[in-house]
Design a protein. Structure first.
Length: 273
């Protein structure tokens, strides 16, 4: 099946970045690491991969705008590429083989195309608005599971916003007591791709950035799923708080999270000494 030319460019750029990542995943002496925020790392491999992506896209579309994790926002256009060159940097610097390249294209404020590429497994997740989602050219769909019992959920634990930890753990406690299983992989992009592919029944995380979410959100939606903020809003690219699942599981997850969201935060136990 033929794909959109802009999606093809995103795929080409993702593969370029993926080659950089794959060549360096176990070469700990070949790259430098710095901490740009608490529990948030960057390497020169992130920066090199990002340059490869931007250069690849600009060769075909020099006037397009970018919102990239390492270089920020540049350019003004109806077409904006939202780029995470290496999602899972903390995994990468330890040689933990779970990382991805994420590239989304927003046209006039609406997500149009998305690519998530796992260079270590050579898995390419793609989506275009109105055309469905694919894994290596095979159509993918979210699961139909509605009950937490036996569900497999992906999520991230808030580590940079101490006042939100307790409510986050309270929702997690409910899911675990309902016999759901939870995975924390270290890559929000891959978690969203896995929801789209039916590998996870749902995903939640708070405090993310647009480049963590853009491509994955479109994948979930095009695979028949839904994405929302925990409180039910749809401004997740701005807030960074997201829940994604098939429609039935989404309702179940939101129902269990709602009491925790409305309860006042108790930060006394979580306050650093």
């Amino acid at each position: 099946m033929s794909s959109h030319p802009l999606l093809n460019i995103a795929v080409r750029a993702a593969r370029e970045a993926g080659n950089v990542i794959a060549r360096n995943i176990d070469r700990f002496d070949a790259f430098t690491v710095s901490e740009k925020a608490v529990n948030e790392f960057v390497t020169d491999i992130d920066r090199t991969a990002e340059r490869r992506i931007i250069d690849t896209i600009r060769r075909s579309h020099p006037g397009h705008a970018f919102l990239a994790e390492e270089s920020g926002a540049h350019g003004r256009s109806d077409f904006e590429w939202i780029v995470d060159p290496l999602d899972g940097t903390a995994n990468f610097i330890r040689g933990f083989p779970h990382v991805a390249v994420s590239i989304g294209l927003r046209h006039r404020g609406r997500m149009a195309h998305g690519v998530i590429f796992d260079p270590l497994r050579q898995e390419l997740f793609t989506a275009s608005r109105g055309s469905g989602a694919r894994l290596n050219e095979r159509r993918i769909r979210v699961t139909s599971k509605s009950s937490l019992k036996g569900a497999l959920l992906g999520g991230g634990f808030v580590t940079r916003e101490i006042d939100r930890i307790e409510s986050h753990l309270a929702a997690l406690r409910i899911w675990l007591s309902s016999l759901a299983q939870v995975r924390r992989t270290g890559s929000a992009a891959l978690d969203l791709a896995y929801v789209a592919a039916g590998r996870l029944d749902g995903f939640w995380e708070a405090g993310l950035n647009p480049w963590d979410l853009a491509a994955g959100v479109l994948l979930v939606q095009e695979a028949g799923g839904m994405v929302t903020e925990p409180g039910g809003g749809d401004d997740y690219l701005r807030s960074g708080d997201v829940v994604a699942a098939n429609p039935k599981m989404l309702r179940t997850m939101l129902r269990t999270m709602k009491p925790q969201l409305s309860a006042p935060a108790d930060t006394s136990a979580a306050r650093p000494r």
